[in-house]
Structures are given as C-alpha cells and as structure tokens.
Design a protein around this ligand. Structure first.
Ligand code: NAP
Length: 269
C-alpha cells in the first residue's frame, strides 16, 4: 500500500514524520509514495489535515486520510504522537476500511467578464466585508430567501460545523448527515433591517446562492485559503459530488469527540 506523510513544520511533527518514514521504509507491506498515495497521514492538527486535503485535492477520490495530532486541538485526528508504532501496525493490517464525509462545492461568477471559478472546501467558505456592512441577497434553491446585512456569512460542511461555524453560533452537525449550513456573522436586526437570525441547514438537493449588492471589497475564503479578490457577481454553494475518505482503524463516537474537544475529558475516559 502506498503511503504519503504530510507534516506541518513544528518540531514534534517533524520528529513524528521522521519516525513514520523510517517505519514505512522498513515495512514489507508499505511503500512511501508522496505523488500517488492511497493513504495520506497528516501530522499536526486539523489545520494540517486541511492543508493535506487541498494538496491532494485532485486525487481525493482515490485517497484515504489518517491524522496524527501533535499538541493541537486535533478534532479530526485520531492518533497521538506517541502512537506511531500502533498506527503503522494498523496500516499493515489495512483491509480498506473507511468512512466518508460530505464536502462543499463553491461556484463563483464574476462581473469582470472573466471565467467562473470553482472550489471545494472541507470545512467552510466565508464571504466577508471589512470596510462597511456586507449587503447580500440569499437564495435557497433559486428562490429569494432574505436580504442579509452584517459582517458576513459562513457556509459549512458537517465536518466544518465544529470549526468557524461553531464560533459564529452555527449548529454542530454529525458528518454522517449529507447537509450544508449557512450561519450569520453579526447580522443587523432592527425595525428597519431583518434577517432570520438562525443558522439554516439545507439538504443535498438545495443550493444556497449569495448575490452581493456590491461586487467589490468582498473577501471570499475556502477553508484557510483566501480564494478570490475579483469582483463577485454570485456564489453558489451545494454538496460536492466528491467526498473525503478517512481510513477508520479506530472508531470514536462523533458526539464523544465533540464533548472531549469542547467540554473536557470525562472522568470515565
Ligand atoms: P488556525 O486559526 O490556526 O486554527 C483554527 C482552529 O480551528 C485550530 O484550533 C484548529 O485545530 C481548529 N479546527 C480546524 N478545523 C476544525 C474542525 N473541523 N473542527 C474543529 N476544530 C477545527 O487556522 P487553520 O489551522 O489554518 O485552520 C483553518 C480553519 O480555522 C478554517 O477552516 C476555520 O474553520 C477556522 N477558523 C476559525 C475562526 C474562528 O473560530 N473565529 C476564524 C478563522 C478560521 P488544530 O489546532 O488541531 O489545528
């Protein structure tokens, strides 16, 4: 089985990556292949997993991810830095087990006459405006839904629901559900202006389209990346045809993961 390592630059991560590489090279069942891997081991935290996802985006349907965390939050990274041997043993016994989660498709049209863009996010995409209020129309399934005024909007996957989405008051969604969510950032609500004020979760056949009143001075992100500074006509969000696959050698119940990461370790852990 072909395995790649994608590490951040931290001291511990680099040490873990070196140990992993040595064990993979010594294994008769594993082969190191950074170009066409079947398994990608990210070493760092969730941010490193996001970077690994974007690095291997074009081959995403052929890859399963595994994460080792080295002192970060590590919400989506199942293995600790002292478990390198156990992970390599599991890789050697691999029988293709995996779990897959939905991704966010982002399609952008511009007013400059140039080509449209499309992107895929593992966590979320945000549209923000820093100088002044962002004013946009929101359509759901091509029907006008509301006019939003505020700092911005965050459209997230279930995987991303525990990231930025959580900080702006979105709901946490178990990634077994095929859905996307749009959450508000500091909406203006008074006698004159009104938004729903709640996160909205839509099913797979519904597209969320955002049409900014002003094409300029908007900031569009996809996970940790700033993706466009061109004048935006509209952005359409839907569930992507591709999914992300994780090699599931151990299973942590999603809600246990949530409570361990955000509330604290239980006495019985
Ligand atoms: P960062 O600012 O270095 O890290 C943001 C934090 O979010 C880290 O603690 C990271 O965990 C955690 N995280 C990332 N994905 C997560 C997920 N799916 N569930 C739970 N926690 C998660 O930025 P980064 O490492 O480059 O990551 C980019 C992500 O940061 C964006 O996709 C966005 O979700 C998030 N972000 C959040 C805010 C906010 O909450 N106000 C603002 C900007 C961006 P690790 O420590 O394990 O890496």
């Amino acid at each position: 089985m072909k395995v790649a390592i994608y590490s951040n630059d931290g001291f511990t991560s680099k040490e873990v990556a070196t140990q992993l590489k040595e064990k993979i090279d010594a294994s008769e069942k594993l082969e190191y292949d950074g170009l066409n891997p079947q398994i990608v081991i990210s070493v760092g935290g969730d941010g490193t997993l996001l970077s690994a996802f974007h690095h291997y985006r074009d081959a995403i349907s052929k890859i399963r991810f595994v994460g080792i965390h080295t002192g970060h939050l590590g919400f989506y990274t199942d293995w600790r830095d002292y478990e390198v041997k156990e992970l390599v043993d599991s890789l050697e016994d691999d029988n293709g087990q995996s779990v897959s989660y939905p991704l966010l498709s982002i399609k952008v049209q511009y007013t400059d006459g140039g080509p449209d863009d499309s992107f895929v996010a593992l966590n979320e995409s945000t549209l923000k405006r820093i100088n002044g209020t962002m004013v946009t129309d929101i359509y759901i399934k091509d029907e006008f839904f509301e006019k939003f005024r505020g700092d911005g909007l965050c459209v997230s996957t279930p995987t991303g629901s525990t990231a930025y989405n959580k900080s702006v008051g979105g709901a946490i969604i178990n990634p077994q559900l095929n859905a996307i969510q749009v959450s508000e950032m500091a909406s203006i609500n008074n006698r004159v202006f009104r938004t729903l004020g709640s996160p909205v979760i839509v099913p797979p056949d519904e597209t969320i389209t955002i049409v900014p009143d002003s094409p300029k001075h908007n900031i569009l992100t996809c996970d940790q990346l700033l993706i466009s500074d061109r004048p935006i006509k509209s952005i359409s969000y839907s569930i992507c045809n591709d999914r992300i696959y994780f090699a599931q050698y151990r299973h942590t119940h999603f809600w246990k993961r949530v409570s361990n990461s955000f509330i604290g370790v239980h006495e019985d852990d």
